[in-house]
Design a protein around this ligand. Sequence first.
Ligand code: UD1
Length: 420
Amino acid sequence: MDKFVIHKSALRGSVSTSGSKNAALPIMAATLLTDDKCVLHNVPDLMDIRTMADILRVLGKKVIFEHGTMQVTAEKKGKYIAPYELVRTMRASFCAMGPLLAKQKKAKVSLPGGCVIGVRPVDLHIKGLEALGAKIKVDAGYCIGEGKDLKGKVIYLGGHFGSSVLATDNVMMAATLAKGETVIEYAACEPETEALGLFLKNMGAQISGEGTPIVRIRGVKSLGGCEFKIIPDRIEAGTFLAASLATRSPLTIKGANALHLTSVLETARKMGAKITIRDNDDMVVVPSKKLLPANITTLPYPGFPTDLQAQFMVALTMADGISMITEKIYPDRFMHIAEINRMGAGVQRSGPYSIVEGRDKLYGAQIKASDLRASAALVIAGLAAEGKTEVMRVYHIDRGYEKIEDKIRALGGKVTRAKE
Ligand code: UD1
């Protein structure tokens, strides 16, 4: 396994935002809804993207991925089984369920299983697909469905933690080929779900309200191919923003859509940063020398994203005062606390709440990454800490951050990859 060896660094300069992983994955799944060719641009080159490409191949597609452009065409007769070996590594692959039911009329997709950030059920996915008329059973770790006669329905998709991004995506995709009108109430409003809606409309789907809590889909007979550009990765941009704050380094983050980051920008400003937005997509960040504390509550979009909680927690460990972080999406997503406390941070957790007592400094240590976003947070901690930090198990970060070491090194960050 690889590790990162990191030394305290002052960062400077500008970094470009890659295409969004979380937008690209469901859109790749949506190509299963047609036999025509789909061309996706600005696709990030990541492990998760390659895994999804392999799932499409197993399901009968030919996928060519070069220089950020992905071409997906039907090669063999469409298959309907997405195996455990591929699905287990990545939850987004469960998004194949909706398109397979709609297009192949049957689906057998491995259940994604547990995850280190907490329990991650798929009950809302199943509820939505069953409401459309799919017959679904769970057997030997697989979700097996039959979708011969899908019919539009009014579906309330809210759950215990609010809306669900991938459940909304799954139901929206299945509904594009169902008879009549589907209305999803309490749909996810995330920009990635909105992007999926736009992609489906380019394929010929009749959808309105994508990106709002009420989405209407009028089923059509078939969908065709199209070309589409993946939106910028707001989580990657927010990660560099947190790095700028934690290391107190001025940075320009280019090509991010600032409108997708309003809650995050507001938090960064509360922490004392001066941020100027140029043409809606370049963010010029000048952090204050003294970081101010801030309270953060993670919520579905447009609230503060859970995928940036760990990175901002690291910055807050060096703020001048006490901050409180409330995790309202994944109450157990605090695996990073034990690691950053080993670096001298003062964070205490009780259930979904964490109290962050700001300290002057963090100190380098050997620490272990537990999941994708937590690993990014630990890398930020390493850049901000005195001395040398070793972040073990960085394979997590390779799942979701394109060329992360190159990007950090280009900003002057001292990061090298080595064998554990
Ligand atoms: C997506 C993102 C992930 C992000 C998450 C929340 C992708 C590929 N992944 O994951 O990075 O952290 O949104 O913004 O886009 N829930 C249920 N039942 C379900 C489904 C979800 O109770 O059937 C719960 C979850 O446990 C969680 C909450 O709903 O508490 C939101 O999860 P959800 O939006 O579904 O996350 P994902 O779509 O899996």
